[in-house]
Write a protein that binds this ligand. Structure first.
Ligand code: 9MG
Length: 274
């Protein structure tokens, strides 16, 4: 079970998180959902297509993306979070800023998805004081510079050790284990070889005992492997999603919800019987 505010996710089957970027410059959807009404409709369609929760982001984390002021991020994300929460939809808010986390929790967010694993001053405390789930992601460096020269001694061991240490910091601050998800952070300060090693050995992160989220949808490593531009990476994304499931991922963070749910259902039918 993962506990997220008023939602509990039974993880005996994997869950799909639909991505809604409310930014003018997202790498994968080119800012198509910057308009709030369109973002809301898109989120509702994802839920109709089988998404278990919606990940809302108001600051792009694509490589080289400029930071967004806190007030702008709040203005982009919070009205949508409030509206979806009011409709009974589980909302995750993708943010690195404690002020945005606080506003998201007040607006009914069920989860905080932090690409910095709650390392900003005050972030752990904000989440510990609420009932939200937290997704702790690994990133080497920051979005401005992370793809310049990623380097690890042993990428799987290094990422695993970081995530275990962040989970320990969270539990020590009062966030119960049942509210924590770990994420190796595909594409965040990683070469293609690093991403492949992490996907190949995802079970090493799963073996920590925490649910694991895999976010590979449309990412540039898939573009480098296939030679496809971002809007032609669905097949590669579905393939990566099924590989992550086979290695024990509990959550898939994706753009193409309907197709991912189909791919997941085929995998589940083979693994567990129709
Ligand atoms: C915000 N964001 C972009 N990519 C991501 C990923 O792979 N995981 C998580 N948790 N968040 C992400």
């Amino acid at each position: 079970m993962l506990r997220c505010g008023r939602f509990s996710f039974d993880l005996s089957r994997p869950r799909v998180m639909g991505i809604v970027n409310v930014t003018p410059d997202s790498f994968s959807d080119g800012g198509r959902y910057f308009n709030q009404a369109r973002a809301l409709d898109h989120a509702r369609q994802m839920v109709a297509d089988g998404a278990d929760l919606i990940d809302l982001g108001g600051e792009s984390t694509r490589p080289g993306a400029p930071p967004v002021p806190e007030a702008d991020e709040i203005a982009r994300v919070i009205p949508i979070c409030e509206a979806l929460a009011r409709e009974g939809i589980a909302v995750s808010v993708d943010t690195r800023k404690p002020g945005v986390m606080r506003a998201a929790i007040a607006a009914g967010a069920a989860m905080i998805n932090d690409v910095c694993a709650l390392t900003a001053a005050g972030a752990v405390e904000v989440c510990a004081a609420a009932d939200v789930g937290v997704c702790l992601m690994h990133m080497q460096g920051d979005p401005q510079t992370m793809q310049a020269a990623p380097a690890y001694v042993d990428v799987v061991a290094d990422v695993r050790a970081f995530l275990v240490a962040r989970a320990a910091a969270c539990t020590a601050a009062g966030i119960p284990r049942e509210r924590i998800v770990l994420d190796p952070g595909f594409g965040f300060g990683k070469t293609v070889a690093h991403n492949l090693a992490l996907l190949r050995s995802l079970h090493a992160i799963v073996a920590t005992g925490f649910p694991v989220l895999a976010g590979l949808s449309r990412k540039s490593a898939l573009g480098q492997i296939t030679g496809r531009p971002v809007d032609e990476r669905m097949a590669a994304s579905l393939s990566a999603a099924v590989i992550a499931l086979a290695r024990g991922a509990s959550f898939l963070r994706v753009h193409d919800v309907r197709e991912t749910v189909d791919a997941m259902n085929v995998w589940l039918a083979v693994e567990r019987g129709a």
